[in-house]
Every structure is written in structure tokens, then in C-alpha cells.
Write a protein of this length. Structure first.
Length: 93
């Protein structure tokens, strides 16, 4: 039961990400988009590094954790981190 819920959440996240990217690609691009893209990738790398660190620590202390949970944590961190960073930097810049 838990694994099927985790798979659904991961699949839902991937669908949301691709829908967001589809509509984001249709937006009008200007000079600041390159800066936004670079800042977004930098932020996404930091989020991914934090997620990997937390997952590694969790696996050290709880080695019996099913493999789907670390994978789900990384997918959620990467995809939602990128979406949140794009929205934040578009409003900020």
C-alpha cells in the first residue's frame, strides 16, 4: 500500500513537471531568461545536494528503508525545487 502511494506521488510529480515545462517553453523569452535559467540550475543543484545528504544520513541510521523512499525524495526535491526556483527568480528579477 505504501509503495503504491509513493509511486503515485512520484508519477504525479513527473506529470506536473512536464506540464509546467510545456507551458513554460511557450512563454516569451528575453535576456533575463538566461540569468533566471542559471540561477535556477544553481538553486536546483543546492537542493539536490541537500536532498542527497539527508537521504544518505537517513539510510545510514535506518538501513532497512525501502528503496522507493530515497528515490521519491530525490525526484520531489529536484522537480519541485526547479519549479519553485523558476517562479521565485521570475518574480525577483
Amino acid at each position: 500500500m505504501e509503495v503504491s502511494i509513493a509511486r503515485f506521488i512520484t508519477l504525479f510529480t513527473v506529470v506536473v513537471y512536464f506540464i509546467y515545462e510545456y507551458f513554460d517553453d511557450k512563454a516569451i523569452k528575453d535576456e533575463r531568461e538566461e540569468l533566471i535559467r542559471l540561477k535556477t540550475h544553481e538553486f536546483t543543484q543546492k537542493i539536490t545536494l541537500w536532498a542527497l545528504t539527508i537521504v544518505a544520513c537517513a539510510l545510514v541510521f535506518y538501513p532497512a528503508t525501502p528503496a522507493i523512499y530515497p528515490i521519491m525524495a530525490l525526484v520531489l526535491a529536484i522537480m519541485y525545487g526547479e519549479i519553485a526556483a523558476k517562479i521565485y527568480f521570475r518574480r525577483k528579477i
